[in-house]
Structure formats: C-alpha cells, structure tokens
Design a protein around this ligand. Structure first.
Ligand SMILES: [Zn+2]
Length: 238
C-alpha cells in the first residue's frame, strides 16, 4: 500500500461496524475517494469530529484497492457559520450531493474541487441567494452540458427568446416555444452567471428573478443527473 497526502471535502459518511466509518470525499488530486476512518466513532478518536460531511481536511491516506484508509486528518475549514444555520446546511448539502453525483472515483477534477471549496466558502461568508443555482449551472458548464442561451435551440432565432426547455437544453423563441417560460431578466441573469460575471450575479438580491433562476438551475441539474435532488426538496425546518 502506498501513502499519499491530499486535501478534500467530506461528502458523506457511513457507519461501518462498531467504531469505524467509511467517508466519501472529493479530493483535489485523487478525485472521489472512499476511505475507512478507523475508530472514528470512539470518544477518544484521534480524528475527533474532523471527518464529518462538510469538513474540509488535509489528510494522509493509505491507498487500497477499493477503499483507502485515513491515517491522519487535519481540518482546514469547518465552515462553522454554515453548520450553525439550518438553511445554509441545506444548501451546503445540495452542493455536496451534486458533487457526489458528478465526481468520479480516483479521477482528479481540480476545477470541480475548487468550485466546491469556493461555493462552501462563499456560503460560509455571505450566503448569496443565487449560490447553489450558480454552482449547479457552473457544474453543468464544466460537464459540457451548459444550456444554450444565445439562440433558439430549435430554429436558431436570436430574438424573442421566451421559453426554456430542459430536455432540449436551452432557450426557445416564441414560435418554437415549449417547456417553461423564461423572463428576459432571468435569461440575462443566467447569461451573467455563465458569461464571466459570477461575482456580480451573486450579489443579486433575492426576488422573483432569483427564484426563477433557482427553479431553472435545480431542474436543469436534475435532468442532467436524472434524479431528484434530495437536499433541495427537504426543507430543514419542516
Ligand atoms: Zn425557434
């Protein structure tokens, strides 16, 4: 077995026997990794609470055939503000869930990794209303599945784009319209998110346009993943 050092964010943790846990992480250099943390559930564990979902850690692992073994873990960031706010926890879990679905085991995707850490840091610092939607749209773009926004996906018209069809993967003009309606303001906002104006888009205050983009981004991600996103649908206060 070889030992490696990497940094990662814990996506999931599963109980294993009496005292151990299998943690699923996205790492910077090794993609998605599943590793056993031995004795992690004992009160005097050397890992303490460091290997909980959402923890950003630097660790030393033994590489195994299927499962690695965590040898050491140091916390880089606990995202304390996120953990203390149920609404932010729900958003963070959506980010983790999407990442878990998209990332591939032992296949490094440093861009995705940086986006995850960036999204969690922004959520911890400011909680921008569009954060999760922007994350989903950027991930779709990274996957090569960004929606077509400049012209009608059916006829190529560039004017009067009034609808958005998730299966077709983009906007539609008035004559070809199907799917959901999209307002000019929401279309402009999605274009800003994907067109290099993420910072200013994230400063957008909550309101109907942000709500429209949120619904669209969630559904676009769900169509891409072919499943419902659990975290988005489960209200943490319910
Ligand atoms: Zn058209």
């Amino acid at each position: 077995m070889s030992l490696y050092r990497d940094e990662g964010v814990v996506l999931r943790a599963l109980r294993l026997g009496e005292a151990d846990r299998i943690v699923t992480m996205i790492t910077k250099g090794h993609g998605k990794v599943r590793a056993v943390a031995k004795g992690v559930r004992r009160t005097k564990s050397k890992f303490g609470g460091r290997l909980e979902p959402l923890s950003h850690v630097t660790m030393l692992c033994w590489q195994g055939r299927e499962l690695d073994i965590v040898n050491q873990a140091e916390v880089t960031d606990t995202f304390k503000t996120v953990r203390e706010d149920l609404a932010r926890v729900a958003k963070a879990y959506t980010v983790l869930e999407v990442t878990d679905q998209i990332s591939q085991e032992r296949h490094a995707n440093p861009r995705l990794y940086d986006m995850v850490v960036g999204a969690l840091r922004a959520l911890d610092a400011q909680d921008p209303p569009l954060l999760v939607s922007a994350f989903c749209l950027k991930v779709l773009a990274l996957e090569g599945s960004a929606p077509v926004l400049e012209e009608c996906v059916s006829c190529g018209a560039r004017q009067d784009l009034v609808a958005f069809d998730l299966v077709e993967g983009g906007v539609l003009c008035r004559s070809c319209r199907r799917g959901r309606a999209i307002s000019p303001a929401a279309l402009a906002l999605v274009r800003r998110i994907l067109g290099g104006e993420l910072g200013s888009a994230l400063a957008e205050p909550d309101g109907p346009t942000v709500g429209e983009v949120t619904d669209l981004a969630t559904e676009a991600m769900e169509v891409h993943l072919d499943r419902r996103l659990r975290s988005v649908r489960t209200s943490p206060t319910a």
